[in-house]
Design a protein around this ligand. Structure first.
Ligand code: SF4
Ligand code: SF4
Length: 223
């Protein structure tokens, strides 16, 4: 599982850096490295581009995980370079951008757009697997997520646009609900097609979402 990211157009990054003359760049050694958007190579390339746009790059770092390894140790290791920077340009997912903002007490700019949580397919191709909707229905869909696989995100399908296993959106896209039907049939759970899922609730909820463990991490580790 990876957080899939895409580099923003450089002009857009420069707009975000318009007020700043010095920049520290942070990448990510995990997901962004695997996506080719924020690893050692991409950070070095970005550093050159930012420098040729007339800005001072005070330093760069690619911690093992950009999302949670912007640690006190890293702050110590790059103390001078971080202090000299007007802004931190973060080449990791949005989680990493928020971590840098909360840990470094500096303005931040995201160099990447965070697209989805996905899995790797054929070389260089990632597909969306879960939008973390918080109301998982995979038990009724034979493990195929209708939110990310159906092109309308339908929880009850198929719609009238299905035709011979293909979706009306075209481009050779398969109908998710045909895939679900076929897999349910294969695993002997076709009855689940009849189960109705009410529309998702779009009522206001308190944000950010918070989940509190009912037992300690140590206890959880024993299970
Ligand atoms: S239904 Fe789909 S989007 Fe929702 S939690 Fe399950 S896998 Fe994720
Ligand atoms: S044809 Fe299938 S995949 Fe396309 S929108 Fe309808 S149910 Fe979803």
């Amino acid at each position: 599982m990876k957080t899939i990211t895409r580099q923003k157009p450089f002009e857009q990054i420069l707009e975000d850096l318009a007020q700043d003359s010095s920049v520290f760049i942070i990448g990510c050694g995990t997901c962004a490295t695997l996506c080719g958007t924020g690893g050692v190579k991409e950070v070095a390339e970005m550093s050159e581009k930012v420098a040729s746009a007339g800005k001072i790059v005070t330093g760069t770092a690619v911690p093992p995980t950009g999302c949670d390894e912007v640690t006190a140790e890293m702050r110590r290791a790059f103390k001078t370079e971080l202090r000299a920077a007007d802004v931190i340009l973060v080449m990791s997912c949005a989680f990493g951008v928020q971590t840098a903002a909360s840990q470094l007490n500096k303005p931040v700019a995201p160099a990447l757009d965070t697209l989805f949580v996905g899995k790797e397919g054929p070389a260089g191709q990632y597909s969306e697997i879960c939008m973390q909707c918080g109301q998982c229905v995979l038990a009724d869909t034979a493990g195929i997520c209708p939110v990310t696989t159906c092109h309308k995100g339908l929880l009850n399908g198929p719609c009238g646009g299905t035709n011979d296993g293909m979706c009306e959106v075209g481009n050779g896209r398969e109908c998710a609900w045909t895939l679900i039907y076929n897999r349910l049939q294969k695993v002997g759970r076709l009855d689940r097609m009849r189960r109705y899922h009410p529309p998702r609730s779009h009522n206001a909820v308190l944000r950010p979402g918070i989940m509190t463990l009912t037992h300690s991490r140590e206890e959880a580790a024993k299970h």
